[in-house]
Design a protein around this ligand. Structure first.
Ligand SMILES: [Fe+2]
Ligand SMILES: [Fe+2]
Ligand SMILES: [Fe+2]
Length: 418
């Protein structure tokens, strides 16, 4: 399996977030770049810390995709900034490999003089992101000229961290930061940083998983469905005696199979009933959108599994109407797991179905030459074992995911009192 490198992962994340709202993507990258240059000017960070601090900065506004604040985000003077900061914090903490950096995301809009009690470990990056963020909004988003008295005022107001001011000042003396940002050349530098320290298999895994949680910016159900589909696919592949490499392909294919839904309007994703033909046409585009997002950034076998999960053996599926002779075993497994997970879960338009009903429906789809007979027989025959393992594997992550909303409300209330 061809493993994605850091640049591939960031490209996929970029493409994914672009589909939710393109407005913050460039801002995130520029803030990441500014933070990187400040740390580079200081010269004390290891390549790994440089990479991860920049990635945390890249995601500093990720919470805005979920909250309503995205419209106000690109303004220099912002009032209410807690919602996206709190959600961004929870996202980094629970759904990304950057959990150590989460406190800096929570506090990235807090003036420096109010951070006195913050642990030094987090204080530094918080200050850097805060300054980088405001500078980018000032210079790039609002296209204002760099104010003559900026440094002097920034030092006097104590709004920004003295270290951040010092490092930004130094970075701007060392490099033509504004020019590099204007020309877009900063992207190349950022890419080089991202590939310099290779990601471990585990990190790649968590970044890909993070994408699935990003689907939550649109639809809670889809996240639950995806996690169940992934787990069921792995259980089925294992029972069929697949080799570890094939299981890995199945896992990632299943994990990414509905990623394109991130671009489908919520009204369609969460519609409480049967979709109209027009809405169905839009819904079906999620498959090609997945293809566009993934491009060739990840192993093509994984992409093919994702692209073919709605194909049927008799050629009645979509998007290509392929027939069974070209559908591989991995693709058939994920197609069955997808139906199984959909039937088993609650959706906006249906309650969860019980075992007998699910076995009957799968049996009918096998009879009608829609789903692979071998895979359906296995699922029906080992139903309790498969679904028992799926429940066991998914409980922890689904519990965490379901509790995030509660934690969000609590933390937001506490932060608003500050
Ligand atoms: Fe922000
Ligand atoms: Fe920002
Ligand atoms: Fe799908």
């Amino acid at each position: 399996m061809k493993l994605p490198n850091g640049q591939n992962l960031v490209n996929i994340v970029r493409e994914t977030l672009n589909r939710v709202d393109p407005r913050l993507v460039d801002h995130g990258e520029r803030v990441a770049y500014l933070v990187y240059k400040m740390l580079q000017a200081e010269g004390e960070s290891t390549p790994q810390v440089l990479r991860d601090s920049s990635l945390a900065a890249l995601f500093h506004d990720v919470g805005a995709y979920k909250t309503e604040e995205i419209d106000r985000m690109a303004q220099f003077e912002t009032g209410d900034t807690w919602e996206h900061s709190v959600y961004g914090y929870l996202f980094l903490r629970y759904m990304s490999p950057l959990k150590d950096y989460a406190p800096s995301i929570l506090l990235h809009h807090v003036p420096y003089f109010r951070l006195r009690d913050l642990d030094v470990r987090h204080k530094k990056l918080t200050g850097l992101i805060h300054l980088a963020d405001r500078l980018d909004v000032l210079l790039q988003v609002e296209r204002r000229a760099f104010p003559e008295d900026f440094w002097e005022r920034a030092r006097r107001d104590e709004c920004f961290s003295p270290l951040a001011i010092d490092l930004m000042y130094r970075a701007m003396k060392l490099w033509d930061i504004a020019g590099l940002m204007d020309s877009g050349a900063y992207r190349t530098e950022l890419s080089e940083l991202l590939v310099k320290v290779p990601f471990t298999r585990e990190e790649i895994d968590v970044y890909l998983r993070m994408l699935v949680f990003a689907i939550d910016f649109r639809s809670h159900h889809t996240v639950t469905h995806t996690i169940t589909t992934e787990s069921a696919s792995v259980e089925i592949a294992t029972l069929l005696g697949a080799l570890p490499d094939e299981i890995m392909l199945v896992r990632y294919g299943a994990l990414l199979h509905d990623l394109g839904k991130i671009a489908i309007p919520v009204e369609i994703l969460e519609f409480p009933g049967k979709l109209s033909p027009q809405a169905m046409t839009v819904m079906r585009t999620h498959v090609e959108i997945t293809g566009n997002i993934l491009g060739d950034e990840i192993d093509s076998e994984i992409v093919q599994i994702a692209l073919r999960h709605h194909e049927k053996l008799d050629g009645s599926g979509y998007p290509l109407g392929l027939t069974g002779d070209v559908l591989t075993s991995a693709q058939r497994i994920v197609a069955v797991a997808d139906v199984l997970s959909a039937l088993h879960g609650t959706r906006s338009y249906k309650a969860a179905f019980g075992k007998e009903k699910i076995r009957t429906i799968l049996g009918e789809m096998k009879r009608d030459n829609k789903l692979c007979p071998q895979v359906v027989d296995l699922v029906c025959g080992y139903y309790d074992e498969i679904m028992g393992n799926v429940a066991e594997n998914c409980t922890a992550v689904l519990d965490m995911y379901n509790h995030i909303q509660e934690e969000y409300e609590e933390l937001l209330a506490r932060c608003m009192e500050l």
